[in-house]
Design a protein around this ligand. Structure first.
Ligand SMILES: Nc1nc2c(ncn2[C@@H]2O[C@H](COP(=O)(O)OP(=O)(O)OP(=O)(O)O)[C@@H](O)[C@H]2O)c(=O)[nH]1
Ligand SMILES: [Mg+2]
Length: 173
């Protein structure tokens, strides 16, 4: 999950090493529905429609809100939510609101700051500290869909979440 055009679909494709699986676009608002990707019958990745695209109508925004809220509240098999923000920018009020929702629903989540390939090493450090501070979380992974930086760390986090869920006996999807 994350704002429109932040790189959600690209992250899924890069994690899986499959180009074009989740549709990406330089036009914001490309992903309009929840898209489910079955990973070897082992887990599902869910690409959520992005928020914060200015040209979306009020009715569409409300529809988005209801859809996501219902999904987060009722999807008991969710093991991990990945909130994706752009490493180049300070997390927005909408990102903070999203994080509040995750906490409100008691969901396990981590933050990914993506597109770090666009930043120098110094800028990456500053970006990480800023995102940690603004979002008030230590659970944060810098990432690039282009270089796959952070992919191993993210896979480890996903696998750990799955293992924890399986051990708690709540089953899979
Ligand atoms: N440099 C760089 N560009 C990226 C990265 N990830 C995504 N992009 C670019 O960002 C744009 C949007 O990527 P998408 O993956 O379609 O973004 P999205 O969040 O799925 O967008 P919506 O579905 O429209 O909300 C595309 O032009 C991507 O090539 C990254 O890690 N580095
Ligand atoms: Mg998308």
């Amino acid at each position: 999950m994350g704002r429109s055009n932040v790189g959600k679909s690209s992250l899924i494709n890069s994690l899986l090493g499959v180009k074009g699986l989740a549709r990406t676009s330089s036009t914001p608002g490309r992903t309009q529905a929840l898209n489910f990707f079955d990973i070897n019958g082992e887990m599902l990745f869910v690409d959520l429609p992005g928020y914060g695209y200015a040209k979306v109508s009020k009715a569409d925004r409300q529809h988005w809100g209801k859809l996501i809220e219902k999904y987060l509240a009722q999807r008991s098999t969710l093991v991990l939510c990945i909130l994706i923000v752009d490493a180049r920018h300070e997390p927005s009020p909408l990102d903070l609101q999203m994080k509040s929702w995750l906490e409100h629903f008691g969901l396990s989540f981590l933050v990914v700051t993506t597109k770090i390939d666009k930043l120098s090493a110094n800028e990456q450090r500053a970006s990480l500290l800023r995102a940690q501070k603004v979002l008030a979380t230590e659970r944060l992974i810098p990432y690039s869909a282009f270089t796959r930086a952070g992919a191993k760390q993210l896979w480890d986090a996903i696998r750990t979440s799955l293992t924890l869920r399986q051990e708690s006996g709540l089953g899979s999807h």
